[in-house]
Each structure stands twice: as C-alpha cells, then as structure tokens.
Design a protein. Structure first.
Length: 204
C-alpha cells in the first residue's frame, strides 16, 4: 500500500508538470502528448502505472475491510478535529472520490488519445481537449472538487506511507506531516492552475 502510493505520488508530480506545459505553450503540450503516445516506452509506462494503481486500490479495499473487522461495530470513540486526523478516518471515501474522477479523466483524455492511437486511429489533439473541457464550468468544478479530495488524501497518505516503510519516530513524524502538506499543496495547486487558467484567462 505504501510503496504503490508513493509511486503514484511520483506519477502525479510528473503529470502535473506535463499539464503545466499547456499553460506555457499549447504547442509544447502537444509535443509532449505526441512523445507519450502509443510508443513502446509510453505503453510500458502506462502498463506499470495501471498495475500500480490497481494494486493500490486492491490493498486499500483489503486494509479497509481488515480495519473494519478489527474495530467491530464500535468504530472511533473520540471525534478528532484536525484535518489530518479527519483525512485518516476518511481515506477510503476520499479514495473513491479520487478514483471516480480518474475514470472520468481517462474517458475524456486517455481514451481519446493513447487508446485511439493504439487502435490505429488518429488521436485527438491534447491542446484542443484541454481548451474544450476547461471551458465548461461543470467540468472545472468537478476537477477542483477532485483536487480537494486528492489534497486531503495526500496529506495523510504521504507521511503515513513513509512512516510505514520505516520513518517512524518522534523526530521525523512532525517533519513528514509538514512535508506531506507541502507535497499535497504543490500537486493540488499545480493541477488546479490549468483549469483555472483556461477557464478564466485563456478566452478572456
């Protein structure tokens, strides 16, 4: 669970950087999309990413089920009020929200680009998809809701993953929690910059 989660964080940082290219240059973004089309290295990367995502989801379901069995009908006794603690108690629900939007995102981008190219047809232009989708208020709102859920998911998941693989002491836990907030904020803001830019400024 921890290793696949950290792997997905690295992918999010890469994908965020790729998306930000569109803000700088739509032509540059199209070049990146073409580079990551149906080439063998892109297909291998996609397969590895898909495997990591599936394993993360499977482990999440198993761990949630085990935790529910261990707690029984009692659940948490004392309500906690901090954001991180709230995220810790709602990781599965946050994960479902994130997964739901990923499926929508795959339908709107991957299915029209790499999948179409794999099937031998002409893929859609990445810049055209971005401009079209992020001109729609509903999609932008859904995107920002997803990023909010992702932010909460990462603020707990990132430091918890590092704790699980060994950084588990009183000195490092506060530092890891702070780093997790920074990483989650960078990812969420980086992704959010793209729909906000194209919705409010590109066609202004």
């Amino acid at each position: 669970m921890s290793i696949t989660g950290l792997f997905l964080v690295l992918f999010l940082l890469f994908h965020m950087s790729m998306n930000l290219v569109a803000v700088i240059s739509l032509e540059g973004y199209d070049m990146v999309c073409e580079f990551l089309g149906a080439n063998w290295y892109a297909l291998v990367g996609t397969a590895v990413l898909a495997a990591g995502a599936v394993l993360h989801i499977v482990f999440a379901i198993l761990l949630t089920w085990q935790n529910m069995r261990a707690r029984g009908p009692v659940g948490y006794q004392a309500p906690n009020k901090t954001e991180t603690e709230w995220a810790a108690k709602n990781m599965f629900v946050l994960g479902i929200i994130v997964l739901g939007f990923i499926c929508l995102h795959l339908c709107n981008f991957w299915a029209k680009m790499q999948l179409v190219e794999i099937m031998g047809a002409e893929p859609a232009q990445g810049s055209a998809l971005i401009v079209s989708l992020f001109s729609k208020p509903l999609y932008v709102v859904l995107y920002l809701i997803w990023l909010t859920a992702l932010w909460f998911h990462l603020t707990h998941g990132f430091w918890s993953a590092l704790q699980t693989i060994g950084w588990n002491n009183n000195l490092w836990i506060p530092r890891l929690k702070a780093i997790a907030c920074v990483v989650a904020t960078v990812i969420a803001c980086g992704f959010a910059a793209v729909p906000i830019y194209f919705f409010f400024f590109y066609n202004a």
